[in-house]
Design a protein around this ligand. Structure first.
Ligand code: MV4
Length: 447
């Protein structure tokens, strides 16, 4: 087992990883920017190293600085957390070149899944259903038009180096193709330094359903059920739940087993998530995330597994101590992401928290680095807390969440706590009747 892990992240996720390390009796090293001197994960770590100024390009994304910190303290592994460097294959290569273990999947899988066209090729080979689309890169407008004739409108142009929705263009009618294709390429070049694009049939009202995968270095690869992540705005998820209220038992078994066997074929290691769109009873693979995810606590709630501890053990070449049949699913879990944002305009609302009061009770979990007197810096993601409820069933879970939201106090900064309170009273939410468009087009528009 590792003796010292450097946590290359901040906020609630750094704290989450720190807790897993403590339970495994591994020493922890926090790295932080000058804006995070007073952060909770820094206070609780055994050691901390300031790795640069506030802007994340100079600190949390500063590879030389992080490697130097790891060498200075003698860390034998680095956990990249979520976001930042977590899916950066060059970072993983550099970590490895310094004889430090990168806690995550094989470099090959970071690379393959980072290239969305390659990811689709692999997914196809291993039997995952794809959205109908171009075979690989679409080079020019001529070819784009040919693809449209074959696939039919509407289509979506996506960046091969993209993911998370950046640089996508919808084409509803053929005369839009020239502008859409050119701007998709320009945006992709500007955002990713790679202007390769591909085309897919555009699904207008899908749900977003993803399957959690875990694999060890001995070829044991299992699924830990699915998560429903359709409640989102601007590609930022607000609420996630497990299991999905949209699936039948048969559909769940089908997609989870298919995902596990696909990941097994790849000999996937560590944590991963296979993302699907789900529309009219059919699943379509879109991409695979090769990291721990923000919404992992709902999977932990319904499976009773600490997947961050498992991820660390896997990186240290421990064998998973259970098989697929040993994984039992219990009840229903929902996560509300609480952001330091205005609940109506979604404008970031950093600043000082004068009062913080947590919620509690059976089945309530709060992952957060905030405290009374904490000053939320303006430089990073606005997620400040994750409120997770686990109940016997979906109704029980919603009731627990509503009470927890009433109990929680985060003052005086505006936060999305109030939005969640309202959402949980909405009949569509209560009935599980929503898709990826619902929040923006139905809920926020109708207000
Ligand atoms: C799509 C789609 C509709 N049709 N692909 C957005 C991010 C990236 N993961 C893929 N995304 C989408 N791909 C086809 N062919 C709609 C989206 C999409 C979306 C997907 C999941 C969760 C939220 C979303 C929000 C807007 C668009």
């Amino acid at each position: 087992m590792f003796s010292k892990i450097l946590i290359a992240n901040r906020g609630d996720i750094a704290l989450r990883i720190l807790r897993a390390c403590k339970e495994l009796e591994i020493k922890t090293v926090a790295v932080h920017s000058t804006a995070d001197n007073e952060a909770m994960h820094v206070r609780l770590a055994d050691e901390s190293v300031c790795i640069g100024p506030a802007h994340s390009s100079k600190s949390y994304l500063n590879i030389p600085s992080i490697i130097t910190a790891a060498q200075l303290v003698g860390a034998d592994a680095i956990h990249p957390g979520v976001g930042f460097l977590s899916e950066n294959s060059s970072f993983a290569e550099i970590v490895k070149a310094h004889d430090i273990k990168f806690i995550g999947p094989k470099i090959k899988h970071l690379k393959d899944m980072g290239d969305k066209i390659k990811a689709k090729e692999i997914a196809k080979k291993i039997g995952l259903p794809l959205v109908p689309g171009s075979k690989g890169v679409v080079k020019d407008i001529q070819n784009a038009k040919k693809e449209i004739q074959r696939i039919g409108l509407p289509i979506l142009i996506k960046a091969s180096a993209g993911g998370g929705g950046k640089g996508m263009k919808i084409v509803q009618s053929i005369d839009e193709i020239e502008i859409a294709f050119t701007s998709a390429k320009n945006e992709a070049r500007a955002a990713f330094g790679n202007d390769e694009v591909y085309i897919e049939k555009y699904l207008s009202n899908p749900r977003h359903i993803e399957v959690q995968i875990i694999g060890d270095t001995f070829g044991n690869v299992f699924h830990l059920g699915e998560r429903e992540c359709s409640i989102q705005r601007n590609h930022q998820k607000l609420i996630e739940e497990a299991p999905s209220p949209a699936l039948t038992k048969d559909e769940r078994e089908y997609i989870c087993n298919l995902s596990a066997s696909a990941a097994r074929d790849m000999q996937y290691e560590s944590l991963g998530t296979i993302e699907f769109l789900y529309e009219d009873g059919k699943f379509y693979f879109i991409e695979m995330n090769t990291r721990l995810q923000v919404e992992h606590p709902i999977t932990e709630a319904i499976t009773g597994k600490d997947i961050v501890k498992e991820q660390i053990k896997i990186a240290a070449n421990h064998k998973l101590e259970w098989k697929q049949k040993d994984i039992k699913f219990f009840g229903h879990a929902i996560e509300c992401r609480i952001n330091a944002e205005d609940p109506k305009t979604f404008m970031p609302s950093p600043g000082k928290i004068n009062q913080f009061h947590s919620a509690g009770g059976l089945g309530i979990r709060i992952d957060s680095g905030i405290y009374s007197g904490y000053n939320i810096p303006p430089y990073y993601d606005s997620l400040i807390a994750k409120l997770i409820a686990h109940g016997n069933n979906r109704k029980d879970c919603i009731l627990k969440l509503k009470q927890a939201i009433k109990e929680m106090v985060i003052e005086p900064i505006p936060s999305t706590l109030e939005l969640h309170e309202n959402l949980l009273e909405n009949p569509d939410i209560i009935n599980g009747n929503f898709d990826i468009k619902w929040l923006e087009q139905t809920y926020l528009n109708g207000k």
